[in-house]
Design a protein around this ligand. Structure first.
Ligand code: BES
Ligand code: MN
Ligand code: MN
Length: 468
């Protein structure tokens, strides 16, 4: 199988492979909303069907206490290297719907400045149906060319976007099936279409919800205002106190376990290209904001953060209503870095809010999902195989990059299965993941399908050379 063989196959199947992705994107597999439970299952069935069509030996819908996991195997030989492909078929909710230029589950292909060959606009196009589909189509391609030298196991879940609540349990129960050499994941981004990169780190996550209660009922803000604590005012003050003048997080003990990088490592990290004026222009902001003493690459890659994701309470309808509300709420996420434990951070956060809140309000703090950060070495056969494959297809050696996002289950794979994950994603940060008008470049989709077979080829070569 030469690189040209791969390109020929892609040329031949292009339209069909694009249409099959479009069909998959039409099912609203929103894992967070119970209303879509049947659609999530229908998507799992569709993924199973696609895997069987691509030539796996077996594919199965595995029940969990939540949404099912799709598991499949293509075994070529008991002594061939085994790669486990992980991905997710669930998507984020699509709202706010009115900000979409076309309906989120009616995919359309449109050209953009960054995607002159067109991009597919739909919820899940990039995260992660499009990127998971590349692996299925790469298998179909290798099967067709009769050139698959590695065993492949697929583990495609339906709960990534809600914190992979039940996948950990499933992994523990299925350890015997999940023997392999490495995990391969496409659920991250490259720096740009002419600047390939491979993720060598993910941040962890600790997600909390705070409820502040003032008086036992909503009050007239004139009659009582000035004499009774307003829970929204108090909540805002508490949140504002979480950062100091240097934009460092003030929660006592928050930085205790943070892994610091050496000057050498920081220098290396900052070699990745980042045009700050382009970055600002893209977001339409005058200035950037973050922890003093760190670059933008460091602020998103190796430093922890605390951000309000949502805040509500009181009157938010049309016009003005004078009210002193009884309750205020906020959802707050903290991105974590290596060595920080989400359980410990959750506890520190809870203590801080409980101890800092004045006695005129009651406070309730509740943890949501979390997960540890992950870093992986570039010094492995699998990383080298991924790097060589991308170098071949992009014509440039990929840059190792620490991602700011999280895939919490990756740390568990390491802990439970002892396996590293190679994060060979093909999306762009500008593809509007989790936002209105999410899209995935047609170029990126086919670049993935082109690169993945080469990964298997190089990985096989490296593994077998070592043995002989
Ligand atoms: N694929 C993303 C994570 C990601 C995106 C990593 C871009 C690197 C670059 C994943 O689906 C995701 O959205 N993860 C969530 C965490 C989850 C627990 C909801 C996140 O990072 O917010
Ligand atoms: Mn994802
Ligand atoms: Mn996501």
């Amino acid at each position: 199988m030469t690189h040209q063989d791969i390109l020929n196959q892609i040329e031949k199947n292009k339209d069909r492979w694009l249409n099959e992705l479009i069909d998959l994107l039409k099912i609203p597999s929103i894992s967070a909303d119970p209303q879509y439970k049947q659609d999530v299952r229908r998507t799992a069935e569709k993924v199973k069907e696609l895997l069987l069509k691509a030539g796996v030996d077996m594919a199965e819908i595995c029940e969990t206490k939540g949404h099912p996991v799709v598991y499949a195997e293509k075994m070529v030989s008991s002594d061939a290297p085994t790669v486990i492909v992980y991905g997710h078929y669930d998507v984020q909710p699509a709202d706010p719907l009115d900000l979409w230029d076309s309906p989120p589950f009616e995919p359309v292909i449109k050209k953009t400045a960054i995607h002159p060959q067109g991009a597919i606009f739909a919820r899940g196009a990039c995260d992660d149906k499009g990127q998971t589909m590349m692996h299925i189509k790469a298998l179909e391609l290798m099967n067709h060319l009769n050139h698959l030298k590695c065993n492949i196991k697929f583990m495609i879940e339906g709960e990534e976007e809600v914190g992979s609540a039940h996948l950990g349990e499933w992994v523990k129960e299925n350890k015997h099936r999940l023997k392999g050499d490495v995990i391969l994941i496409s659920d991250t981004s490259i720096i740009a279409n002419d600047t390939p990169s491979i993720a060598v780190g993910l941040r962890g996550l600790c997600y909390m919800e705070v409820e502040v209660t003032g008086p036992n009922r909503d009050l007239h803000s004139g009659v009582y205002g000035g004499a009774v604590a307003n829970p929204i005012n108090i909540l805002c003050k508490l949140i504002a106190s979480c950062h100091d003048e240097s934009n460092r997080i003030t929660i006592p003990g928050f930085y205790d376990d943070v892994a610091e990088l050496s000057e050498e490592e920081r220098k290396e990290l900052n070699k990745a290209p980042l045009d700050e004026s382009e970055y600002k222009k893209d977001l339409d902001v005058q200035a950037l904001w973050g922890e003093k003493g760190y670059t933008t690459i460091e602020r998103t890659g190796i430093r922890p953060t605390l951000d309000v994701n949502g805040i509500w309470g009181g009157y938010t309808g049309e016009g003005a209503k004078t009210v002193l509300p009884s309750k205020a709420y906020a959802k707050i996420s903290m991105r974590l870095v290596p060595n920080q434990k989400p359980e410990k951070i959750a506890q520190l956060f809870q203590q801080y809010f409980e101890n800092t809140a004045p006695s005129c309000v009651k406070i309730k703090v509740k943890p949501h999902h979390g997960g540890e950060a992950y870093v992986v070495s570039t010094n492995s056969d699998a990383y080298r195989a991924a790097s060589m494959a991308m170098e071949k297809t992009f014509g440039k050696k990929p840059i190792p990059k620490r991602e700011g996002g999280s895939i919490p289950i990756v740390a568990l794979f390491k802990k439970e299965l002892g396996l590293d994950s190679i994060l060979m994603g093909f999306g762009l940060d500008s593809d509007a993941l989790h936002s209105p008008n999410e899209h995935y470049g047609v170029f990126n989709y086919f670049k993935g399908i082109e690169t993945i077979p080469l990964f298997y080829e190089y990985f096989y070569q490296m593994k077998t050379k070592k043995r002989s």
